[in-house]
Design a protein. Structure first.
Length: 131
C-alpha cells in the first residue's frame, strides 16, 4: 500500500505538470478557446440557456486559480453566467473535497454543496431534504 501511494503521488504530480504545460501552450489554449466558443455559439443560436461551473483541480485548488481564471474570463466576456468554485474552495483541505486520498474526484458532500450553490445561482430552490 505504501508503494502504491508513493507511485500515485508521482502520477499526480506528473498529471498536474502536464495540465499546466498544456494550459500555457498557445496552440492548445487556442484550440480550447475555439471549442468553448463553439459551445457558446451553439447555445446562443438555439436559445439554450448556458451556465458554467468551473471546478479547480481539487488537490491543488490555489495552484489552479490562474488557470481557472482564464476560463472564467472567457465565459464572462461572452456574458455566460459562471460559478467559479476556485475561490469558494481555496481555503479548504483537499481531504474534505475529494472522494478519498486515491481519488481526486469531488466527494458526495461537495457535490451536494455545489448543486445547491448552482441551483440558487440559476434561481431553483429545493425544499429541505430534496437535494
Amino acid at each position: 500500500l505504501i508503494y502504491w501511494r508513493l507511485y500515485r503521488a508521482t502520477l499526480g504530480d506528473a498529471y498536474w505538470k502536464r495540465l499546466r504545460t498544456l494550459h500555457h501552450s498557445p496552440a492548445v489554449w487556442e484550440e480550447h478557446v475555439r471549442i468553448l466558443e463553439q459551445l457558446v455559439d451553439h447555445c446562443e443560436h438555439r436559445n439554450i440557456s448556458l451556465s458554467i461551473i468551473i471546478w479547480p483541480h481539487l488537490l491543488r485548488v490555489r495552484e489552479s486559480q490562474a488557470l481557472m481564471a482564464r476560463i472564467a474570463t472567457l465565459f464572462a466576456d461572452r456574458e455566460v453566467p459562471v460559478l467559479d468554485l476556485t475561490t469558494i474552495l481555496a481555503d479548504r483541505k483537499s481531504a474534505d473535497l475529494t472522494v478519498n486520498p486515491l481519488d481526486g474526484h469531488p466527494g458526495v458532500a461537495l457535490h451536494r454543496e455545489v448543486a445547491n450553490l448552482w441551483m440558487s445561482e440559476i434561481g431553483i430552490l429545493l425544499p429541505d431534504g430534496q437535494h
